[in-house]
Design a binder for this molecule. Structure first.
Ligand SMILES: *[C@@H]1O[C@H](CO)[C@@H](O)[C@H](O)[C@H]1NC(C)=O
Ligand SMILES: *[C@@H]1O[C@H](CO)[C@@H](O)[C@H](O)[C@H]1NC(C)=O
Ligand SMILES: *[C@@H]1O[C@H](CO)[C@@H](O)[C@H](O)[C@H]1NC(C)=O
Length: 401
């Protein structure tokens, strides 16, 4: 039934646009519009024509993709309660219709659970996932000059769906398609025609259709988010995702992207950033208590069913069945021994205890004593203690404001 209604509305919309184009060309070609029998015949022929939907059919029809996406988003969110998002209706969240989307950004560092949380947010219908906008900076942390201004400018532009002048971003993406493929709703079209992903005009228009806009960034420290929070137009919410540095370092051990870059393999740099993030979180929470939330990865992984709805509520997103389904299929209580990149289980957060050499843990703890203390992670006393059942790494922590 719905399909038929949609089909007819597409036909009508298509017919109307043909009418408009014809009327428009009449007005420009001649000084006045004279309806003629021919034009009426053209219209009649055009209306019943099926719009090509096969993506392999020659050139992609941009207008057709945009219109199909509009209808899809509307359909997927027809039962969504917009009150929880602080608006009355879908159009209020769509840039194209003059609205402002619900924007969120996850700030973290490599191997801290951003992939999982990013996928959770992307399971919300109508979400446009900006993924990692700064991949082309390679493996560095941005803490200030010389990169901060350009990086923040780029993040801001993307969150506004303005891809103009982002040649570096597109150029890098041509050789690194994962920059786009995590944005599943965009990738649905690019996978057939890669050029669409490199097209600033198309991506800008496409992005402007989506009521939820999420992003994750592992290369910028929280301190710099002040600039984005100050931008009233963006109306952004920030999630700072923190993970035990012993777990982070264990997870980075087998990643060959890490080794050449001190920002990635030196625990003292990781932990200096964690201290900086702690200070920044305290300060920013004073000014923006309802725009910043801090989440420890361990608590997300141990209890995703309770943590996720709390995060979504903070962000102004009502939990949908698609999120529930995602959690069921990507979390497990039982020890299965298999875990993909974005599957979390109770085993993952504390795996370092059984995998890392005690001497290395001691080395990390020496470099990270303060960061561990601030973020509520308990120190291991000796090798037996590390693997003992009595040792539970999590403690409480408070953010001093
Ligand atoms: C929508 O959510 C608001 C609170 O966010 C609630 O008060 C209201 O009853 C909900 N409406 C429906 C139809 O569920
Ligand atoms: C979350 O809830 C689902 C469904 O109720 C359940 O299958 C799953 O095991 C739960 N996950 C965890 C980690 O408790
Ligand atoms: C290891 O540390 C635990 C907890 O502090 C302590 O009870 C135990 O005696 C220590 N073992 C050794 C061999 O030092």
């Amino acid at each position: 039934m719905l399909r038929r209604v949609n089909f007819y509305s597409i036909c009508i919309a298509f017919g109307l646009s043909v009418l408009l184009i014809l009327a428009g060309s009449r007005y420009t070609d001649n000084t006045y519009y004279r309806p003629s029998p021919e034009s009426r015949r053209i219209i009649e022929i055009n209306i019943p024509q099926q719009i090509p939907t096969n993506p392999y059919d020659g050139l992609p029809n941009i207008d057709n993709i945009l219109e199909k996406t509009r209808l899809k988003i509307k359909l997927e969110l027809q039962n969504y309660n917009f009150t929880g998002s602080g608006v009355e209706k879908l159009e209020d969240l769509i840039i194209e219709s003059g609205g402002q989307p619900i924007r969120s950004i996850i700030i973290s560092t490599w191997r801290s659970g951003t992939t999982f949380l990013g996928e959770v947010l992307n399971s919300v219908p109508g979400n446009y996932y900006h993924y990692e906008p700064l991949l082309n900076y390679e493996i560095i942390q941005i803490r200030g000059a010389p990169h901060a201004d350009r990086a923040l400018n780029m993040i801001t532009k993307m969150l506004k769906c303005d891809y103009d002048g982002m040649e570096d971003y597109f150029e890098y993406g041509k050789g690194h398609l994962h920059q786009f493929s995590h944005n599943t709703r965009l990738w649905d079209h690019c996978k057939y025609k890669k050029e669409l992903c490199f097209d600033a005009d198309f991506t800008s228009k496409f992005c402007r259709l989506f009521p939820f806009q999420s992003m994750k960034v592992v290369r910028v420290r929280l301190r710099l988010m002040k600039q984005l929070l100050e931008n009233k137009e963006l109306n952004i919410k920030v999630v700072l995702l923190i993970r035990d540095p012993r777990g982070v370092m264990q997870s980075r051990q087998h990643r060959n992207f890490c080794q050449p870059s001190p920002d990635c393999w030196k625990p003292e740099l990781l932990c200096a950033d964690m201290i900086s993030d702690y200070v920044a979180a305290g300060r920013l929470l004073q000014t923006y208590p309802d725009r910043l939330i801090v989440q420890r990865y361990e608590e997300l992984a141990l209890d995703p069913n309770n943590t996720t709805p709390r995060l979504l509520k903070f962000l102004g997103i009502n939990p949908t069945t698609s999120v529930e389904e995602f959690l069921v299929s990507h979390t497990n209580v039982e020890v299965s021994g298999v875990s993909s990149t974005f599957r979390v289980s109770r085993e993952v957060p504390f795996k370092w205890r059984n995998v890392l050499d005690y001497n290395y843990v001691e080395e990390i703890q020496m470099a990270c004593k303060e960061a561990l203390n601030l973020w509520g992670y308990k120190l291991v006393q000796n090798a037996t203690h590390m693997t003992s059942k009595d040792f539970y790494p999590l403690d409480n922590y408070t953010l001093t404001q």
